[in-house]
Design a protein around this ligand. Structure first.
Ligand code: MTE
Ligand code: MO
Length: 356
């Protein structure tokens, strides 16, 4: 067993803060990712909160501020369960660093995402109980962890717009894959915002605050944005996920025996959309053939795909791309997607193979 109850074969990008992703072949194995290989992204030390004296404070622009224990949350609100894929904004950054370096950021492969069954209360029910004011246009989530990268030092805080917060798929989750949340995934309670960058799914949640403006915390106002440019002083806050698609097996650089090659991967559409088609190409993107694609297990869940290819002996290059239910596709090359923080790479994925 590795750190934080993870398997030994996790790709560990950093021990403190702990950042790790599952190897592609392991991630490919199941539609719901076992917790011991679910990726983990942390910006600071993992807080150890005692569920017995932990409380959730709901405050700000509400008619009735609340202080809820875990028992209150579990007994006074309907519990719901959903299969949701969380994806870090830095997923697949490694492909961008090949174009140009992205200094200081974790080089996530395609395993900066994982899927779990989350169980919890609907955030909308809790906000209704508190009586969220009409002028509250944003809902902020705060946790006690303080990241060494946050300037000035401050607890982790981000927000989502009111409409997103009130949608029925946003959960305050206390369980994952049938067990209480482990410490590294946010015990005793975390937010789950399907279809949005993982950064908004706040772990170790202690405060839900209804406000007029978005959070001005470091992770909302500075990090997790396409950085400001000369003529865009604000930058672009990352929220909803773009359509993405990746190959999980075989791995890049694999040497394979002759014969049919089974190629598998995942595609993930953003909020309100599903993946409609996945295609692969072995000739650099001139001809494409369709892969078999799973139906999504629910809103915000990935869809796995597979196809069999007959590759001639020698070097081969396999491209994969997806189309979503709105007709949107993906950009051809990581060079088109490169940005200084290396976020939101959703270019066609390429694996190089050698057939003997
Ligand atoms: N919540 C807190 N309090 N602190 C964090 O560092 N990291 C965020 C989010 N929630 C983070 C957090 C980011 S960037 C991601 S991608 C997800 O948690 C990762 O969730 P996981 O570790 O359960 O996979
Ligand atoms: Mo993230």
């Amino acid at each position: 067993m590795g750190m934080w109850g993870k398997r030994d074969d996790m790709v560990v990008h950093g021990r403190e803060p702990f950042n790790a992703e599952p190897p592609g072949a392991a991630l490919a194995r199941a539609a719901v990712t076992p917790t011991d290989m679910f990726y983990s992204r942390n910006h600071g030390p993992v807080p150890r909160l005692d569920p017995a004296d932990w409380r959730l404070v709901v405050d700000g622009l509400v008619a009735r501020p609340l202080t809820l224990s875990l028992d209150h949350l579990r007994s006074r609100f309907d519990a719901t369960e959903a299969t949701v894929t969380l994806q870090c904004a830095g997923n697949r950054r490694a492909d961008l660093t090949v174009v140009r370096p992205v200094p200081g950021e974790t080089p996530w492969g395609p395993g900066g995402l994982s899927t779990a069954r989350f169980r919890g209360a609907r955030l909308a029910d809790v906000l209704a109980h508190a009586g969220i004011a009409p002028e509250a246009a944003h809902v902020a989530f705060q946790a006690p962890d303080v990241s060494p990268s946050a300037a000035p030092p401050q607890p982790y805080e981000v927000s989502v717009p009111r409409d997103r917060a009130l949608a029925p798929d946003v959960l305050l989750a206390w369980a994952m894959n049938g067990a209480p949340l482990p410490a590294v995934h946010g015990a005793p309670l975390r937010v789950v915002v399907p279809g949005w960058i993982g950064a908004r799914s706040v772990k170790w949640l202690t405060h839900v605050t209804a406000r007029i403006t978005p959070s001005d915390g470091y992770f909302q106002a500075t990090a997790y944005r396409l950085p400001p440019t000369g003529d865009d002083p604000e930058g672009v806050a990352l929220g909803p996920l773009p359509l993405n698609c990746a190959v999980l097996t075989p791995s890049d650089g694999a040497v394979l025996p002759r014969g049919p090659v089974e190629v598998t991967g995942y595609a993930l559409a953003g909020e309100g959309r599903t993946v409609a088609r996945v295609e692969v190409s072995t000739d650099g993107g001139r001809a494409w053939s369709r892969a078999a694609l799973d139906a999504p297990a629910g809103p915000g869940a990935w869809q796995r795909w597979r196809t069999s290819l007959d590759l001639p002996p020698g070097d081969a290059s396999v491209l994969a791309r997806a189309w979503d239910s709105s007709g949107a596709g993906m950009p051809e090359s990581p060079a088109q997607m490169w940005n200084p923080k290396g976020y939101a790479n959703h270019a066609w994925l390429r694996v190089r193979l050698r057939v003997r």
